[in-house]
Design a protein around this ligand. Structure first.
Ligand code: ADP
Length: 267
């Protein structure tokens, strides 16, 4: 049964709904096809690795250890993919923030940086944080778990796509209306023609490299959803070979809820 927008009986409205319905159905079909493909690849690798392991277990323990190691890596990749898919599904179904609470952006970013410091240290990458504006204006109303997941994805990417010895800088700006956080890296950068697509699910600039680093191609879709759930947005600027900057804009007012609560800045 078709949902009719606007006036009942309006032919124009029902044809718009039909177009919209077809579009949504196509997105759903594409998504299922993509998920199946993405799950099939590691599942096939797991089967092949397990078969190879069984074949050589007695004859070549050294090679067997190598296959077992690969088996572990592929299993972790599959688990990460499932975790990201579940996160994304939850974010999409929640449509907004259910129980918004004040979140101190600076403390939250410090939690994110401390979690990712070991990974940065392994590549000799330094972190820094700078802020302009009054500390009192660094509070947003939102879901801290979602926000941590958004910033973790951005900082993790910055570390992943920056060669050893580089820098990842976080810069905050804030006024009555919004908190802005920029995450800049001195990494490999993103070609201009790919910039518009990187927030799409499963989109990677370099599939082979992303596989090497354990990427699922879902991180930036999660980022975009969290920003939108909070009534904000995320933009990207990049220069190939020099680095990238992702900028998150978070309004200080009430985030979107399923009930559509009106806006009022916290404290
Ligand atoms: P992935 O799991 O592959 O990292 P994401 O959705 O997080 O997936 O990112 C999509 C693609 O965008 C990545 O595969 C990578 O090509 C590119 N990308 C994301 N962040 C950066 C960055 N800071 N520097 C360079 N490329 C990036």
């Amino acid at each position: 049964m078709l949902e009719r927008r606007g006036e009942v009986g309006s032919e124009e409205a029902s044809s718009v709904s039909l177009v919209e319905l077809r579009r949504v159905n196509k997105i759903r079909r594409d998504f299922v096809a993509n998920v199946s493909h993405e799950l099939k690849t590691p599942a096939t690798s797991l089967r092949l690795l397990a078969e190879s392991l069984v074949d050589i277990l007695d004859e070549d323990p050294e090679q067997a250890r190598y296959f077992a190691e690969q088996l572990k890596n592929e299993t972790e990749r599959l688990a990460q993919l499932i975790t990201d898919l579940l996160d994304l599904a939850r974010l999409e179904s929640e449509e907004g923030v259910q129980n918004p609470a004040p979140v101190d952006v600076k403390s939250m970013l410090m939690v994110v940086l401390s979690r990712l410091r070991p990974a940065a240290r392994r590549k000799n990458i330094t972190f820094s944080w700078k802020r302009s504006g009054s500390a009192a204006l660094y509070t947003v109303l939102g879901d801290e778990t979602q926000l941590i997941s958004m910033f973790s994805n951005l900082v993790e990417n910055a570390v992943k796509y920056t060669p050893p010895g580089g820098r990842v800088e976080l810069m905050g700006e804030s006024d009555e209306g919004e908190v802005i956080v920029r995450i800049s890296d001195t990494g490999i950068g993103i070609p201009p023609e790919n910039l518009v697509r990187i927030f799409e699910r499963f989109y990677r600039v370099d599939k082979a490299r992303s596989k090497e680093t354990g990427g699922t191609g879902l991180g930036l879709s999660i980022v975009r959803h969290v920003a939108e759930n909070h009534g904000g947005r995320v933009t990207v600027g990049s220069t190939l070979g020099e680095g990238s900057t992702f900028t998150v804009y978070l309004p200080r007012g009430q985030p979107r809820t399923s009930a559509g609560t009106p806006s009022s800045p916290p404290g």
